[in-house]
Design a protein around this ligand. Structure first.
Ligand SMILES: C[S@@+](CC[C@H](N)C(=O)[O-])C[C@H]1O[C@@H](n2cnc3c(N)ncnc32)[C@H](O)[C@@H]1O
Length: 309
């Protein structure tokens, strides 16, 4: 690994997606839990697909294919495909397609859970003289230095820095990635991620790393995930989408977190336990301070959509 400091975007790209990159070698599920690992999430996505008469569901950044495998039971006859840089999981049912890049057209539903936060971006910092500078990083040590001036109208519009030491993750790469995905869709596209809007940006940025289920020191050396929250308002603007919190999206899709009546425990204990399990999953997916705070960026390219208020 070179010790030359690189702009964060390049170091991050190499760390996750280079020949020996983190996501080429390891399954996301081995390192963190996402909504796709909670059973009721597939029910919500299936309801969205059914209600929009989707002929196909394409999962971008499909990880280990967990969502697609779960959808298969809910959506007989619907074509399912994963877009993923990592190899096809050996256990994935044969009738689910697996491809390294987005198809030119998607007829139905495009879904991307926790993809955009892993799309690398430039990291910038306002220096003591009031100049926005690119942050460079030594991939091996994580040591940072300030590089050349970074001018970008995106920052002026979406994330202006006002105090020396403040940092931003420049969202242009995420905006472009999602707009490029949405333009291929005849139907509905949903990107789901943690993020912020103007007014609640993290003043010093949100770069983080995870490995084996724990947050670790941020380091673009391929040994851990590198992620940063998504400027969701900018992405929605670039792709022509609307924003809602996951808990509200799930409610509109009929996912109910209320506990079953205690009387059921006496008349049908097995049904009671099943219903209790489902309520627990719905609660996890909608939790405040947790997955429920995630943003759904929704674009309906046919006009009115199922998730409209
Ligand atoms: C955080 S994981 C999310 C996995 C899964 N969607 C989930 O929710 O558990 C992000 C995934 O996106 C994949 N990915 C990132 N950029 C990609 C690209 N341009 N094309 C295909 N897959 C990509 C990574 O390989 C990784 O598996």
């Amino acid at each position: 690994m070179s010790n030359r400091p690189l702009p964060w975007r390049l170091a991050w790209q190499q760390a996750l997606y280079g020949p020996d990159g983190f996501f080429r070698r390891s399954r996301p599920a081995d390192h963190f839990r996402t909504s796709v690992h909670v059973g009721m999430f597939a029910e919500a996505v299936a309801e969205l697909a059914r209600s929009t008469s989707a002929a196909s569901v394409v999962d971008v950044g499909a990880g280990g294919g967990e969502l697609l495998a779960a959808l298969r039971d809910h959506l007989p006859g619907v074509h399912l495909a994963g877009v993923e840089l990592a190899p096809r999981p050996a256990e994935l049912p044969e009738d689910i397609d697996w491809m390294p890049a987005l198809p030119e057209r998607v007829d139905g539903l495009l879904i991307a859970n926790e993809w955009l936060d892993n799309v690398p971006c430039d990291v910038v910092e306002l220096d003591p003289a009031g100049v926005v500078r690119e942050v460079l990083v030594d991939a091996a040590t994580g040591e940072e230095t300030l590089g050349p001036e970074h001018r970008n109208p995106w920052l002026d519009q979406w994330w202006p820095l006002t105090e020396p030491g403040q940092r931003a993750e420049v969202g242009t790469t995420r905006d472009l990635a999602w707009a490029d995905a949405v333009r291929r869709v005849d139907g509905t596209a949903v990107a789901i991620d943690y993020g912020h809007r103007a007014g609640d940006r993290p003043p010093f940025g949100s770069l983080r790393s995870y490995r084996d289920g724990r947050e670790v020191e941020v380091r673009p050396d391929g040994s851990c995930d590198v992620t940063a929250d998504v400027a969701v308002d900018a992405v929605a603007d670039a792709a022509g989408g609307t924003l809602l919190r996951q808990r509200d999206a799930l409610a509109r899709l009929g996912i109910d977190g209320s506990r079953p009546p205690i009387g059921l425990a006496h008349t049908d204990p097995a049904a009671y336990l099943r219903a209790l399990g489902r309520a627990g999953e719905a609660g996890e997916l909608g939790a405040r301070g947790g997955l429920g705070d995630f943003w759904w960026i929704v674009s309906d390219t046919r006009g009115h959509g199922r998730l409209d208020a």
